[in-house]
Design a protein around this ligand. Sequence first.
Ligand code: NZQ
Ligand code: ZN
Length: 387
Amino acid sequence: MENFEFQNPTKILFGKNQLEKLNQEIPKNAKVLIIYGSSSAEKSGLLDNVKKQLSEFDYDEYGGIEPNPTYEKLMEVVLFVKKNQINFLLAVGGGSVIDGVKFIAAASCFEEGIPSDILIKQIPVTKALPLGTVLTLSGTGTEMNGEAVISVKSEGSKIPFRSPVIYPKFSILDPTYTYSAPLNQISNGIVDTFTHIMEQYLTYPVDAYVQDRFAESLLVTLIEEGPKVLHTPTDYTLRANLMWASTMAINGIIGSGVPQDWSTHIIGHAITASHNIDHGKTMGAILPAIMEVQKEEKREKLLQYAKRVWKIEKGSEEEMIALSIFKTKEFFEIMGVSTKLSSYGLDHTIIPTVIQSLEPLTDLGITLGERGSLTLDKVTQVLELSL
Ligand code: NZQ
Ligand code: ZN
């Protein structure tokens, strides 16, 4: 196992009716801004309930954070925050709203340059307003991590940033809040979670038995429970297990002390930025293609994955690996997430744009693959296979 440091400061309030504790989690003298997305939190009545819980607080609200939140929109909120001397941010929504709020928290305190430097120049964020979240869609895991991904329209790119100061102070995870989400968003979340686990698991072995077994148990939970949610969407037990699996998949625990490879995400973000495909859907098409193209680099872990996750015992090593990739694709398709980008009307003409948008990453010293071996030529192969 590699050396690691692990600290996760986010308090989780998990289960039904945890919103009732909201007023105990925010400092009494705070000036709060409730931030939400387009319309779902209003329609479901959640926004009214949040306001009820904050009736004794000085609060304001700001709606309209779009899916794949943009720098340009978020800067409007930053202006509002500064003008109204807001000092606590409350995100009510899915990954996009929460990521957006993390950026607003950081940009409102940023003094080392202009806020776009946080993304484009990756200037470290050392200060941020405190924030809390009420999650309405599980999958991204942003409710318990120090990361956010923001689209910069002027650059045509989707750029992650991370900092210890943007972890939520608390996150309220009530699985019943996800009931109103469309099933295709639930499916996106399950495939996204699956990919988060694979990006930290499917590299090379470092004798990290706890992390491996933990990752495998999360994968098996998704495979066994995921498809059931399509038939019984308001089954609390299912939703609770899927929600907690998503949070545990990307809160630092399974990724501590092991090599990681976030290439599916980096390529997926480039596709979302240029072609506006949902994040989870890009994962469904890119992950199996990476498994295929990188099967030599990932050989030992692919075999472990085949045996322990899919219980494949028969056949040659090649056949076991091939079957595990097939099973992965089959699972995504059962979840209703296509493994082909052509299902969204994309064709080979996207390849040059995606490759071009990945070139600046090389300038920032970001390499793809756990050993940096996924060159842009190999990314081209990945894209060809995913179409
Ligand atoms: O805007 P509203 O009206 O809220 O509607 C949203 C949106 O249209 C709707 N929705 C959410 N909860 C709902 C609901 N509709 C009905 N009932 C509910 N309970 O669903 C749509 C999609 O929401 P969005 O927040 O965009 O989805 P998701 O949670 O999948 O978040 C995706 C974003 O997270 C980023 C992605 O890149 C993408 O921008 N990610 C963030 C990560 C992180 N910070 O660690 C990691 C992930 O890999 C990912 O990159
Ligand atoms: Zn993701």
